[in-house]
Design a protein around this ligand. Sequence first.
Ligand code: ADP
Ligand code: MG
Length: 729
Amino acid sequence: MGSLRNQTKLQVYSRLPRKCDVPVNEQGRYLKVSQYYGENVFNYHLSKNLTQEDKESLNQVLNGKKQINKELATKVANSVLEWAISKGATHFCHWFQPLTGATAEKHDAFLNFDNERPMESLSASQLMQGEPDASSFPHGGSRATFEARGYTTWDLTSPIFIRESTNGKTLVIPTAFVSYHGDALDTKTPLLRSDLKVAEVVKKFCHLTGEKSVQRVFTTCGAEQEYFLVDKSFFFSRPDLVMTGRALMGSLTSRNQQLEDHYFGLIEDRVLAYMQEVEIELYRMGIPAKTRHNEVAPGQFELAPIFKDANVAADNNQMVMTILRTVALKHDFVCLLHEKPFAGVNGSGKHLNWSIATDTGMNLLEPSHTPHENYRFLAVVATVVEAFYRHADVIRMGIASHGNDHRLGANEAPPSIMSVFLGDTITKILDSLISGGSYTPDLKRTLDLGASQLASLNKDNTDRNRTSSFAFTGNKFEFRACGSSASIAYPLSILNAAVADVFAETNAFIEKELAAGKSADEAMIAITMKWYSHAKSVVFNGDGYSDEWVVEAQKRGLSNNRTTPEALTVFKDAKKIAFLSQTGVFREGEIQTRANVMLERYIKCREIEFHTQSAMVSKQILPCALAYKNELANSINTIKTAGGDVSVETELLKRLGETAKSLITKSETLVSSLHKYHKTLDESACADKIARELMPLSTDIATLCNQIEEIVPEDSWPIPKFYDMLFIR
Ligand code: ADP
Ligand code: MG
C-alpha cells in the first residue's frame, strides 16, 4: 500500500518546470505584453468589414441607447466570422453561466455547405441566440422537463474572444441564459439588470448633486482569486480531492503556516512557470492579470486582475478559473478552487473589490481633495453602509455554499457576521457628524476639519483590516467573504440590488431637501447623517476573528449565520428579500429557483462528501489500521515467546483497536443517519440536520482517521498526506 505513495513522491520530486511558447516576434525576440495583449479578443473598432456608421450604431447599442437590429447583427456576424477564421478558429460556442456556479458551452462548427461546396458560416441568429436543451441545468423546480427549452442570448457588453486549446481554437460568445418564459437561469442576467439599476439611481444622484454631465454609470469590480496547487499524482491518489475538492481527513503537519513564511515568499520555479503560462493565456484573451503571489497557506497562491466593469469582471473571473485549472494540468498540477481544501490551514476566498464609476471618469468612492466632493463621497459611503446593514442577511445568503461554510462559519477570515470596516479616519468624521445631532455651523466646522483630513486620505495610508467582511480600502470596498470557487456575478448582483434600493431613498430624500430650499451639500450632509446614525452598528473596525466580536455583534443585533442552511432561511422572510424583486434585479420566480438550487446543492455536495469519506474509511483507512493491528499482535506474540517486554506494543494495539472501533461505528452512523433524514425530512430540515449533526460527526470521523494516521508507520499510510500535498512540488 505505502509503496505506491512512495513511488508517487519520487515521481513528483523529479518534475521540472514546464516551458511554454512565450510570444515572440519574427526575430525570435520576446514580445512586450502590450504587443499581444487582447489579440484573441474581437474588437469591432478595428474591423474593416464594418463602416464608421455601423460602429457608431454599435456604440449606441452598447450604451443601451438602442437595440441591435438584424441587419447590423448580420454585419457583425460576418466580421466576427472573418476575424475568427483568419485566426484559425473552427468552432463557435455560446458561453453561459448556469446556476451550477460554473460555465457551460456547446460548440458548433463554422462548417456549412453551399450546395455541395464546404464553407464557413456564422449567421446573425447563430450569433444572437442559441437554444441549448436546458433540462439538465439546475432550475430549482422552476420548469418541468417537457418545457425544458432554454435560450442563450448574446451579451454585447462582454467581448467575444477566442480560446486556444492544444489542437484548435474556438470562438467564445458570452451569453445570458434564460428560460422559455424569459426567467434568468443564469448568474449573468441578474448582474446585468443590477448594473442598470445602479446606473439609473446613481446617475440621478449625480444629477441631483450637481454632476449634470454624467451620462453613464456602472459598477466596477476587481476579483482577487485565491487557489491551491497540488501535484496531479497526489491529487488523483486522493478520492476525496477528486470527488469533493477537499481533503476529508489528514493530519496537519507540524509546520504549516505558523512561521508566516509562505505569504509573499519566493515563488518556486515550477509554480512561477505555471503562473507565467496562465498569464500569457489571459493576456491574449484580454484579461489583465496584474498581481501574483504566494498566499498564507503552504501551496496556496493568488492572482488579481486590474478591475473592469462588473459584468466583464465576472466573465473574466470565470475564464480565470478555467485557465487556472486547465493550465495547471499541463504543469502536472491540479488547481484547487475549493474554499477549504485542507483543514487547519487557511482557506481560499475571492475578494471582490467594488466601486461605482461614471463615464466622466469619477469613482464615487474616491475621497477627493475638495470638501464639496467629499460631501458626495460621504453620502455615497453612508448609503452603501446603510445598504450593507439593511440587507446583510441577503448579502450573506449570496455567498453561502457548503465550501464557504468552512471559512465563514469557522474561525477564519472573515467571520459569518456581516460588518463594514471604514477605518479610523472616516469613522471619526462620520461620528463627529452625527454627534452634533443636527446640521449646525459648529458641526460644519467639525466636518470641514474632517473633510480636510479626508483630502489627504489616499490608498497608502488607509489602515487595513483583513478580518472584516466588507472593508473600505481607500477608494473602493473590498467584499472579502465571497468563496474562491463561487461565481462573483451572484453576490455582485445582490450587492448592487441592495445599494440601488437604498440609493433610490437617498435620491428621494435629497429631492425633498432641495425642494425645501436646501443646497445640494446640505442635503448630502443630512442624508449622510441619517444613514450613518441608522446603520452605525454594522460598522466595526476591530478584530473580526475575536470571540469578543461575536458577543458584541450579538449585542448590536447583527446576524451571525454560520452555515448555509441558516443563511438560506432568509428566503422564507418575504420582507427581507422583497428588494431583490422591487429593484427588478430578480423576478419573484427566480428568487424561489435560487433558493431551491442553493439548498439542493448544499445537500448534494455534503452527501457526496459523506459517502466519499465513509468509502475511504472502509476501503483505505480501516484496512491500513487493521493490517498494523495484525502486525502488532504478531509481534506481541513473538516478543512474549522470547520473554521480551510488550508494554508499548500492547498500548498501541489497544489504542488502535479503540480508535478503529469508534471510527467504524461513527462512519456507519453517518451514512445511516443520512439515509434516514433523506427519507423522513423535507429538504430544508434535512439540510439543517446535515449542518448541525452530520457535519460535526464527519469532523469527528476525520479526527479519528488522523489519530490512526499518527499511529501507523509512515510507509504504510495509503493516501498522500498533508505533508506530501502541501510541501512537495
Ligand atoms: P490593494 O492594495 O487594496 O489590494 P490594489 O490597487 O492592489 O489595492 O487593488 C486590489 C484590487 O482592487 C485589484 O483587482 C484592483 O484592480 C481592484 N480595484 C482598484 N480600484 C478599484 C475600483 N475603483 N473598483 C473596483 N476594483 C478596484
Ligand atoms: Mg488577498
